[in-house]
Write a protein that binds this ligand. Structure first.
Ligand code: FES
Ligand code: FES
Length: 176
């Protein structure tokens, strides 16, 4: 059991909202944490655990940059309260590598140059991992439709699609 740092913000010192104690299981490690019950899963990951792979783009569920897996299913972590996920299995982009070996989708994104600034990329990859598990990556139209919650401001969509198609068509196991 690991204990995470719990930074205190000035506003929290006077908050009347009681803290909650939660055990978050992230990338195979369990973290006993204590924080304000209003803390989002994204902020818990980034600010309390130092896992900055999931990005804060819009902070209102519209861009997909903060996508992580909970029990194997993708969610936007900026709209999720961390306290809801006590005991659930959370996977972030940092948890995709296997003994230092990048996930097939990570390799495909690099191979196809499927990014420019890279800000959306962790969310794109986490969504793509889930997409394959959902069996929704049959055609380019499917990939467009089911990746539509992940916005790329740089417009790397053709290369993102190519990377996903590559993994699917190669029959690689994209599960985690
Ligand atoms: Fe969560 Fe944009 S930061 S959807
Ligand atoms: Fe820049 Fe997608 S690579 S936002």
């Amino acid at each position: 059991m690991k204990h995470a740092d719990t930074p205190t913000r000035p506003s929290e010192a006077t908050s009347q909202i009681p803290d909650v104690e939660v055990t978050l299981s992230v990338n195979g490690d369990a973290y006993r944490m204590r924080f304000d019950s209003r803390v989002t899963l994204l902020d818990a990951l980034r600010d309390h655990l130092g896992l900055t792979g999931a990005k804060k783009g819009c902070d209102q569920g519209a861009c997909g940059a903060c996508t992580v897996l909970v029990d194997g299913k993708r969610i936007v972590s900026c709209l999720a309260l961390a306290a809801q996920y006590d005991g659930h299995e959370i996977t972030t982009v940092e948890g995709l590598t296997d003994n230092g070996e990048p996930h097939p989708l990570q390799k495909a994104f690099a191979r196809h140059d499927a990014f420019q600034c890279g800000y959306c990329t962790p969310g794109q990859i986490m969504s793509a991992v889930s997409l394959e598990a959902e069996g929704c990556a049959g055609t380019d139209a499917d990939i467009c439709e089911f990746m539509s919650g992940n916005i790329c401001r740089c417009g790397a969509y053709p290369n993102i699609r190519a990377a996903i198609r590559d993994v699917v068509s190669e029959g690689n196991d994209a599960s985690v």
